[in-house]
Design a protein around this ligand. Sequence first.
Ligand code: C2E
Ligand code: MG
Ligand code: MG
Length: 586
Amino acid sequence: MNEESGLVRELRRSLARLELALAQIADGLAITDGQGQLLWCNASFEGLIGRPRLMLLGQPLAALLRDAVDADRGLGVDGLVAARPKGGNVTTVVSREPLQVVEIHWRPVHLEQPAPYVFTFHDVSDRVSLEELRHRSQELMDQQLALAEQVHTCPVTGLPNRRGLAIAIEDALVRLDRHPGWLAVLFCDLNRFKEVNDTYGHRVGDQLLIELAQRMKEVLRPNDVLARLGGDEFVLLCSELKAAEDAVQIAERLLQVVGRPWRPEISDVPFVITPKVSVGISLCNGCGLSPDQLLHDADLAMYEAKRRPDRPVVVFDEEIARTLQWRVQIRSALEQVLRSQQLTMHYQPVVELASGRVVAYEALVRPQHADGRLVSSADFIAVAETSGLIQALGELVVNQVLQDARHSGLLERGLGLAVNFSTQQLGCSGLAKELIAAARRFGCPPALLTVEVTETALIEQPERTREELAQLRQAGFRVVLDDFGIGYSSLNWLAELPIDGLKIDRSFTATMLEDRRRHALIAAVVNLARELQLEVVAEGIESEDQRAALLAMGCSLGQGFLFAQPLSPAEALGSPTPGPLPPAAC
Ligand code: C2E
Ligand code: MG
Ligand code: MG
């Protein structure tokens, strides 16, 4: 104990000696943390700033110097450090009467991340003549301007970068106060740029970015600013627009110039790329939005544009804000479902149209939001797909459905079960294997399990999907093509696909009685299916007349609100949802 306090005493003494020594040094010394806040300084630095140390500690050094030393010549010391993070120096005037000039040096100390910095302030007033000072001052100005440019511009395209854009938006917002009109931020993202980089290399990628920057400049008006935020993101800032619609017109011109075919110069192999961008627009006419908010809204609108290939230009509005908010809520409901591994499925009966006898049930995911609202299956699945959680959800669905079936005795009754699989699920190899294993685990005969897939799955990944489906059929599962009629299946395809049946999309059923052509189409599909020995189920039957018309065409199976809505497991299968799932997922 005594020895320890002796050590502490010695340490204190040694620190005091060090402090005293540092206080004698004529140079100002300061240490900042990684964020630029003052951790320590010596007496000369206090003298330079003109305030006692206690008032300085914890303050941003840049702000202290801005007031006392460098009179903010543009970048300020924080900008200079950002531009030269490995260290540097700058000479600057502290006061003119009497003349005081200091040389500031800075170096990082690699003790921790982000690195603290040590600054020294060396008085060079007596070494600098006025003439030299003028010269140095000019040099410094040039240097700072060059650095400012580096800090505010993208090295590949020479366009302003995120910092440069932020300044430009701030300026434009200030001007908007004086000259009423519209300010538009057009957030442009190149589609599939990663593929260009991956396939042709970064040189071609950089060349494409430079080309795009040139092309985008073609639509610039005198006060507009084009910036590159990094990657394949460009932002066009248009000020002084007369109407909000002008921004959409500019975006459309942008799509045109960007979309011209392009051939890279450096490649031996002649190939042509046709670039495409998605554009999100946010608008402001003095509505008090911050630069960050404007950029953020435009970014969100751009994501919306990316989601819908048919609408490459999207203007941010309240509806998008609501949709996005709803999607965030769905995402949290989805995460909750996956965390708890608790999912309620609903079951809609498939019936024999003649007798009304139930022959099977289609399982539909029907999650509940925390506020009790039911989330639509389509929205839920879409969010699961875009957030990369569809595989995990798919596994849970299969487990839950098989568990519901086992506990309700559905399988013993010989009733079939249909489960939906989305395009992305089918794109993953191994689905067949997993499903086969899951069915075995729950004792479900494959013949009772139907896999519903949509046409898009077969069109987007034909080979892989076909292989998976063929394996499933080989194992005894049934495969049907869901929502038939709204995709792009050609007749040729229908004959070749590894399927057992098809489900006519409910949009056909809904209009078949009013629209004679739709009626004729359904009749033709039913006939065709019969010839190809495919089973047909009509979806979305809501009226007695529809049922009768379908029966008359020879369609023997159907599904729809006329018979039953999707029901809870207890209502449909006659048994409550049982307890926890078995640990091993498929
Ligand atoms: P789907 O497979 O075509 O399912 C039929 C949809 O039609 C269900 O909508 C059902 O509630 C609705 N429906 C049934 N009868 C009628 C009717 O008479 N009138 C009308 N207007 N609608 C009817 P839901 O539950 O919203 O599901 C939408 C889609 O979401 C499904 O279309 C399916 O593609 C997908 N989905 C549902 N559950 C799952 C799932 O567990 N996994 C995957 N991957 N997709 C699922
Ligand atoms: Mg379905
Ligand atoms: Mg369907």
